[in-house]
Design a protein around this ligand. Sequence first.
Ligand code: DGL
Length: 259
Amino acid sequence: MRTIGVFDSGVGGISVLKEILKEFPNDNIIYFGDSLHAPYGDRSIEEIRRLCLKVSDFLVFDKEVDALVIACNTATGAAINIMQERYNIPVVGVVDNGVNEAINSTSNNLIGIIATPATVKMNIYPNTIFKLAPQNSVFQVECPLFVAMIENGWVDSIESDNLIKSYISKFSENIDTLILGCTHYPLITKYISRYFSGKIVNPAKETSKSLKKIIGDGKENLKYNPSRVFFVSGELQKFKKVAEEFLEQPIEDIRKIIL
Ligand code: DGL
């Protein structure tokens, strides 16, 4: 029976997992949230690479997953090429998938991206967009505080609202499409949409669809009872609370691990 490995620096990859669970209800899933080391996006590229290779080696070599989903933009930017070379299984990231949806959605060719400082620094979104659709203009805003606030359980307050407003107001152009370039951000879409009325792109759905194109839908597994195991390197209860709320289902098998 197949196992799909999904990982992120913490709870953000749950936005991708939610779509993976819809597309692959019959497969075993192992999720790894490296919350002890979140936010990745404040770290150097070398450090991000080192951290996420530890996680991916654990999933591929120890847990023998059959496909790997990098449910993290920062990790995708820092390490997807290395991982695709290193492992003999399909490795899918989130960036290309978000870009495809955004370039199909924009009418005025002005695309905005909000992401972690590391993702902005790596320029992976502008580079990918220009390669596929050079007619677009791309504007990036880094949102350094979001990940820590989401990991701790977002509180809807005047302060958090003002923070969203201050980040979104940095877009000087009239962008009509906004890519959530960090998998944590879909957890606060409803708050972001108070300040952005255009199309908000969450790369998660496209990511799980593109994985399905590569590995098929796993219907042959129908007779089994698929397992869902969560490994978390930081505080279990904090992770569980935020993840369950967004997933809208209980997490039963959750284990603490420090690699
Ligand atoms: N969720 C991640 C991303 O998509 C990483 C956030 C972080 O740890 O900084 O970029």
